[in-house]
Ligand binder design. Sequence first.
Ligand code: ATP
Length: 198
Amino acid sequence: MKIAVFGGSFNPIHNGHIQLVNTFTDNLGLDRAIIIPAYVSPFKEKDKYVTPIQRYEMCRLAFEGDEKAKISDIEIKRKGASYTYMTLEELSEKYRGDELFLITGADMFMSVHTWKHPEIIFRLATICGIPREGEGISSLKKQAERLEKIGARTEILDISILTVSSTEIRNKVRNGESISGLVPRAVEYYISKNRLYI
Ligand code: ATP
């Protein structure tokens, strides 16, 4: 089985994230996607008033009815800082014999070699990248070459995804602007019902 592994802070999950996963599963013929909300991202800790469980719940709502997608709480349960190599080690134990594909947007793809234990990451998963604002296909291609030289397997897609970020969503909510069309309906309701980001 080919499995997409997609981690992020998902604060909140938005339609760009969903498009990103679907684009890779469709184009690479992946059988399954595991979406992993971070407990606290090692790179950013922003909104203290939104709990990991709430971010997890929003991921669940976003992929409800999608048979291929599974939301994992391994990083939330682990607490403290989770590093990608640890998560991949745990998943590769659990899904022995399956092939893992680490899904990233360009901002993450460009820095993967600087993460903790890149050699473990490269051994356990194919690194998948897609353009994002400011980081086009040519820099992704260069980075893919660089990564391959140091032992990674890579897949990049020249497909553009909805231009949206969680920061934009949080700002819009805070300013009382509509976020419809940027997050799934159920996530929009969840945010307003729980008065998140205001
Ligand atoms: P924030 O605005 O809080 O920094 P974010 O929108 O970047 O959040 P994350 O949860 O940090 O969301 O992202 C998880 C992954 O999804 C990262 O690999 C990121 O590059 C990717 N990603 C998020 N939004 C997009 C997008 N619109 N296009 C392509 N990749 C994206």
